[in-house]
Design a protein around this ligand. Sequence first.
Ligand code: NAD
Length: 513
Amino acid sequence: QTEFGLTEALKNLGVAAENNGTSTGLQSHGGENYIESYSPVDGALIGKVSVTTQAQYDKVIVTAQAAFKEWRSTPAPLRGEIVRQFGQKLRERKADLGKLVSYEMGKSYQEGLGEVQEMIDICDFAVGLSRQLHGLTIKSERPLHHMQEQYHPLGIVGIISAFNFPVAVWAWNTALAWVCGDVCVWKPSEKTPLTGVACQSIIAEVLKENNLPEGISCLINGDYNVGSWMTNDERVPLISATGSTRMGKIVGQTVAARLGKSILELGGNNAIIVTPDADIKMTVIGAVFGAVGTAGQRCTSTRRLIVHEDIYDKVRDAVVGAYGQLRIGNPLDEKNHVGPVIDKDSVNNYNKAIEAAKAEGGNVLVEGGVLSGKGYESGCYVKPCIIEAKNDFKIVQTETFAPILYIIKYKGDVHDAIAIQNGVAQGLSSAIMTNSMRDAHQFLSAVGSDCGIANVNIGTSGAEIGGAFGGEKETGGGRESGSDAWKAYMRRQTNTLNYSTELPLAQGIKFDL
Ligand code: NAD
C-alpha cells in the first residue's frame, strides 16, 4: 500500500477502516452489519462499510424528498454551478480517487484515472446542459394561442451501480440528474463500497460549502435487498440500474409493476467484425485491448472476434502473438497490462466458461488458467485466453465477465458477418474493422448492427461521454451520458396558452352555451 501511496490516498478521501455506509450526517455507526471490502489486487482488507437498515433507508428517502423541494426551485444554471464545483474537486482528487478505484476494483491505475476523468468530463457536459434543457415551441391550430414543451425535475433518482465502473456510472447519472433538478440516492455495488464512501464525501463537501442540503446526494449500502427497497418504492420515480441482465430483468419488472420509470444498462456480448481488407495492426490493438483491458470486465469488452476466412489465419496468428506480450500483475504497477478479476466467484465463472467452451468443441488457442505464487496471492489473477468457437455455442451466447475471447470464422459477405454479430441476445457494443466504405455503411445501416453502439475502425471497448450510452435487446434499452440522455431524468409537460378573449376548442369542436 505504501509503495503506491494508497494509505495517503485513502486518508485524503476520508476513507477510514470503518465507514458509515449511509449518507454521512444522517446517522451514526455502531451495531450495524458491515460489508468488508477486500482488494482483488493483494487480497487485503481495505476497510468496511456499514449496511443501511430499513429505518435508515426511510430516513434517507425523507431527507432526499425534503432536499428536492429546495433543489427543484434552484435555477438550473445555479445547479450547474454546483456540478462545476464538484468537477473541480474531482480534478483535485483525481490521483487519490483513481488509486482507490484501481485498488478496490482491480483495474489498472491508468484506467482508474480514466474513470475519474470520465466523471470530470460528464460534469463539464452537465454544466453546459444546465443552460439548455430546452423544449420546443409548437404552432397552435387555434388563433392567439401558444404551445410549448417544458421539462421539469422528476424527484428522487435511485441509482444502482455495478462494480466494474464503480464511480463513473454514478457520475453519468448524478451530474445529469442534478442539473435536471433531481436528487439522487445511490446504492453502489457491494463489491466496491469504499469508492462510494469517497464520492459521497467529496459531494457532501461541495454541498456543505454552498449551504445546500446533503439530501441532494444520498448514499445507501448493501446487497440486492437494499436495492430492492428502492425499486419497490413509489417515492422513487426513476431507477437507473447498471449491472447484469439477470438483475435488470428483476429490477425492470419491479419498477414497471408500480409504473415507475427505469433506465437499464445491462450486459453485453460485443463483437468486432474483421473484413478481408481490414488493417491488421489496428485490428490487433482494438481486439486485444477490448478483450483483456480491465481483465475483460467492461460491459463493452470484446467477447467475439468475427473474422473473414480470407484473412482468418493472419488475424488469428497476430492476435495470438500479441497475447504472448501481455504482462499480468498488480494493476497499480504501470508495467502490467492485465490486473485481477474482481473476486473468486468471478474466477470460478471464468474457469467454468473455458470448460464449457471446450465441451462444446472449442479449440483453445491461448490457454487460460489461474495464476498463483508471489504477486498473485489474492487468487484473482487469470490468464487471458483465446478460444476458436462457433457463435451458436451456448457459452458464446452468454456474457462471461472475464478475459475470454472467442474467435469465429465467417464466409461470404459483410451481411453474413452481421448475422453472426447480431445473433446473440445482447445488443450493447459492436465494431467493424474494414477499409471498404460499402461494408462500413452497410454495418451502420438499418440492416446492419443491432447494437446501441456501432463503431468503424475502433474496437468495442470504451466510449466518449458526448454520445448517448446504452444498448438494445437484453442490454435493456436505457441511455445515459451525452446527447439527449438527460430527457430520461425529467418529466415532459406540454403547455397551451390562450392569450385571446375567446375559448376555441381543439379540432374545431363547437360547444355553445
Ligand atoms: P450485478 O447485476 O451483480 O449487480 C449490479 C448491481 O445491482 C449491484 O449494486 C447489486 O447489488 C444490484 N442488484 C442485484 N440484484 C438486484 C435486485 N434484484 N434488486 C436491486 N438491485 C440489485 O452486476 P455486477 O456483477 O456488479 O456487474 C457486471 C455486470 O454489469 C455485467 O453484466 C456488465 O455487462 C454490466 N454492466 C453494464 C453496463 C452498461 O452500461 N450497459 C455498465 C457496467 C456494467
